[in-house]
Design a protein around this ligand. Sequence first.
Ligand SMILES: C[S@@+](CC[C@H](N)C(=O)[O-])C[C@H]1O[C@@H](n2cnc3c(N)ncnc32)[C@H](O)[C@@H]1O
Length: 323
Amino acid sequence: MTASRLSHALETGALALPAGPVALFGPPPGTDLSAFPREALTLVSHDAIATAAWQAAGYAVTRMPTGPFAAALVVLPRARDAQKALIAEATALAPLVLIDGQKHDGVDAMLKAVRGRVPITGSLAKAHGKLFWIEGGDFADWAGVPRDIGGFVTRPGVFSADGPDKGSLALVAALPPLKGRVADLGAGWGFLARHILESDAVTALALVETDAIALDCARENVPDPRAAFHWADATRWRPSAPLDAVVSNPPFHRDRSGDPGLGRAFIAAAATMLAPSGSLWMVANRHLPYEAELDASFREVEAVADTGGFKVIHARQPRRGRR
Ligand SMILES: C[S@@+](CC[C@H](N)C(=O)[O-])C[C@H]1O[C@@H](n2cnc3c(N)ncnc32)[C@H](O)[C@@H]1O
């Protein structure tokens, strides 16, 4: 999407890219970046999975770009305050900033908000989205600031930034005190992790999370020496020794589209991480089809709670050698 709007703007001469280094904030893996000379590009991502994919494709990726850059391109994420934070970061680093987004992610509203501060140099609408660009402007007050939501710190764009997720609350209500070595897959900003560590019998807790911003929040929210923080894809991460328990409120969508395959991959991964006596505690929306994967990965599966549209599952006896 980005690529077609960008190449159109370049081909029609509406936009001319200056020579020099370019920072790209948040392009989804697979985006065609051929409009840019590869050696000029620095990709900026806080997602472990996107970072690994871009690095495997031979691109330089960083979380903290230092610049200066001749230009920056921001691919708008979904959350409005995360969009603003990226625009603040990009405009502080480059004199020309291109902003690209889909209609359903609110690109028109963002264009309006930006135009309230600085003239729009150019714009192009195509393929259910818009690319527009600006030169200069002070967006420092849009920078992403941490928020305190009742004793937890969150930052713009992280999952459930306004307060604990209902599914996670249902899981916490049903979870007995755990013991031994535990992992929280998709740990977010640490809501479940802090609860898990209330049990003194837990000796170690691995928080595995792909979003580095969420993981930074978790570091602040879970200041416990038993906690270890892993910026990684939970479906690929493996513990150094088998675990006694895995806890998870798995993600159920990528971008805007629901993807039960992601939750299934979490279940299968959990089974490979556990000791034979270990168990998985997870929560899911009641309608999500996880039963077949649970039965394929564990010998005993029990729904221990079914409340407010969520089911809490306790799965034991991971099947060996399935994968
Ligand atoms: C439903 S949220 C739960 C967050 C947190 N455990 C809580 O209860 O608030 C799922 C989390 O998984 C993360 N996530 C998504 N895909 C992931 C993956 N492949 N590996 C690790 N984390 C992932 C998301 O960024 C999100 O923080």
